[in-house]
Design a protein around this ligand. Structure first.
Ligand SMILES: N[C@@H](CCC(=O)N[C@@H](CS)C(=O)NCC(=O)O)C(=O)O
Length: 202
């Protein structure tokens, strides 16, 4: 498999997944500073017509996109790794609920903050909304170390990305409880290994 990624972007999430699951993969950095250029001189749109990362080229040539679907697909390739609840269980539905929440409320909640067209008033409202969604995560974590309970799952990696963007790109502080959650994820040896490959840091 080959993962197309950009340092600092949400493509770090499937990179963490591939690393946690011990799945063989190559990575290709897409150069966002040079029109989303690929190493072979082509463009990201040659791989993903939507023009964004992550994109995962499977061994049979199929290209899979969307962080949430990648997390479901990859987790099911190695169920024994125990970082995704088993398909067909209610726990799995709760896991998907967290993936969708993270995709739509956290990941895409950051969209207006990146938008050059958004004015300061709109950005302030988007920041307040994002903070309120992070508060939902914090409340949930009051009685458990990870989203799904005692053990890390790939949904935590997705929230990790959103918290990293919030703090690194927008210079926002995490509350002590969320900072401790962030550290629990970052300090996992396989997450640290993935971050090293990505090259953007925690
Ligand atoms: N719907 C996609 C969104 C992915 C996305 O937002 N990718 C960003 C980086 S975090 C990107 O490549 N943006 C470039 C662009 O949209 O032009 C997903 O959930 O995976």
């Amino acid at each position: 498999m080959k993962l197309y990624l950009a340092p600092g972007a949400c493509s770090v999430v499937p990179l963490i997944a591939l690393t946690e699951l011990g799945l063989a993969h190559d990575v290709e950095r897409v150069d966002f500073m040079r029109g989303k250029a690929l190493a072979n001189g082509g463009k990201l749109t040659d791989v993903n017509e939507r023009g964004y990362v992550p994109a995962l080229r499977l061994d049979d040539g199929e290209v899979l996109t969307e962080v949430a679907s990648l997390l479901m697909y990859l987790g099911d390739l190695r169920p024994e790794a125990d970082v995704v609840p088993k398909a067909g269980t209610f726990e799995r539905v709760r896991y998907v609920e967290w993936l969708v929440f993270t995709a739509t409320e956290l990941h895409k909640g950051l969209g207006p903050l990146f938008a050059k067209e958004a004015n300061e008033e709109y950005k302030a409202a988007a920041k307040a909304k994002f903070a309120s969604r992070l508060a939902v995560v914090e409340k949930h974590l009051a009685s458990r170390p990870f989203l799904m309970g005692e053990a890390f799952t790939l949904a935590d990696a997705y929230v990790f990305y959103a918290m990293r963007a919030w703090t690194r790109f927008f210079k926002q502080e995490l509350t002590p409880a969320l900072a401790a959650y962030y550290a629990r994820i970052k300090d996992r040896s396989k997450v640290a290994a993935a971050l090293e490959v990505e090259g953007f840091g925690a």
